[in-house]
Write a protein that binds this ligand. Structure first.
Ligand code: ADP
Ligand code: MG
Ligand code: MG
Length: 339
């Protein structure tokens, strides 16, 4: 169940345009969608899915294709994307879920908005990030995560449950053409509504990506009976992602393709084992290095990161607090108000 550290990356090309964001509700299961789609090329690969650029109704879409043996993962991710009121500008837009009989086997498809800039991981490695972009990226991630985490009361019993992602990392975040990010890959997410007072699937496994796992998962002390344990875990991983953006910004002069560094690049091996990660994060208490801050804004950002990756999950900021702090920094230093 643990996603490997390394995935095949994305071709970053400028020529394809993104999906026009359609604010309408998703078309969920509609068995005519896949038949009308033309697959163009593979753009990404993860643990289960192959992600392809495709054309549907004259525009680009991204299709994540699961083999039959992984249909359970497809069903779970479709189900999560079908959650009421999930639609948000900083969460990957879901279009439809479908199956396709290729004659020899059945493929399971998730059809989503396409973002030609690819994952944050790929983007940071290739393109320089300005201070203003850094702020836009960080804020949008916090904004998307806040929406995911918040429980919302809707009409007709259509409440939005609280959702914890459980696999936040730069490869599971996409960059939009406006410079904001959206959170993707909800395959490991868990939901909780205060009505039922239960997490919707058994969630006591060590899932996610070892490099980004919070200390309480690495050392097995996470209290899975309390849903906030999972959202607090997301905040730790979010802190590491924010560090990646900051680090890429600080390394703007380093040549592209050597610029980006994963968190713990200097303290963990490639594909670290649980034990190796535990020794670093829990025993030695190591966190990514923050250089001496060059100004007051950087100093505030460093404080924010430390409040995200604190060893004690209870003292970590909530996603809403992260969002509000970033909004305050944005208006204070750039005069860009964010809501
Ligand atoms: P997995 O669950 O197998 O990890 P992901 O959903 O994370 O699959 O997708 C794998 C990779 O494909 C991502 O890291 C990203 O590079 C690329 N990708 C995924 N969705 C899109 C999309 N909608 N637009 C552009 N690239 C995408
Ligand atoms: Mg992924
Ligand atoms: Mg996944």
């Amino acid at each position: 169940k643990i996603e490997a550290d390394s995935e095949i990356g994305n071709d970053v090309s400028d020529t394809d345009s993104d999906t026009d964001s359609d604010p309408g509700p998703p078309i969920t299961i509609q068995s005519t969608v896949a038949a009308g789609i033309t697959i163009e090329r593979t753009i990404g690969r993860g643990r289960f899915g192959t992600v392809c650029l495709a054309t549907w109704r004259g525009g680009p879409v991204a299709v994540k294709i699961f083999a039959s043996r992984d249909s359970m993962s497809w069903a779970r991710e479709s189900d999560i994307y079908s959650t009421a009121m999930l639609h948000h500008e900083n969460l990957l837009g879901f279009i439809a879920s479908d199956t396709l009989d290729t004659g020899t086997q059945t493929e399971f498809w998730l059809i989503m908005d396409y973002h030609h800039l690819g994952s944050l991981y790929d983007y940071l490695n290739i393109r320089p990030v300005s201070q203003l972009q850094l702020m836009a990226m960080m804020y949008s991630i916090a904004n998307g995560l806040t929406h995911l985490h918040l429980e919302l009361i809707g009409t007709n019993n259509q409440d939005k449950p609280s959702i914890a992602h459980r696999d936040l990392k730069s490869k599971n975040i996409l960059v939009k053409r406006n410079g904001e990010c959206c959170i993707a890959d909800l395959g490991l997410a868990v939901r909780f509504s205060s009505d039922s007072k239960t997490v919707d699937i058994p969630a006591n496994e060590k899932v996610g990506t070892i490099r980004y796992m919070p200390p309480e998962i690495l050392n097995g002390t996470l209290d899975s009976a309390r849903f906030e344990s999972f959202t607090r875990g997301d905040i730790y991983s979010c802190g590491l992602v924010l560090w990646e953006i900051l680090n890429a910004f600080n390394r703007a002069k380093v040549p592209p393709r050597e610029r980006h560094r994963l968190p713990y690049f200097d303290t963990m091996p490639d594909d670290p084992s649980l034990e190796e990660a535990r020794a670093v994060v829990c025993e030695a208490g190591v966190r990514p290095e923050l250089p001496a801050p060059s100004n007051a804004m950087m100093s505030s950002l460093h404080t924010l990161l430390r409040e995200c990756w604190a060893a004690d999950a209870v003292v970590r900021l909530t996603s809403l607090r992260v969002k509000k702090k970033l909004a305050a920094l944005s208006s204070q230093y750039f005069g860009v108000p964010r809501s």
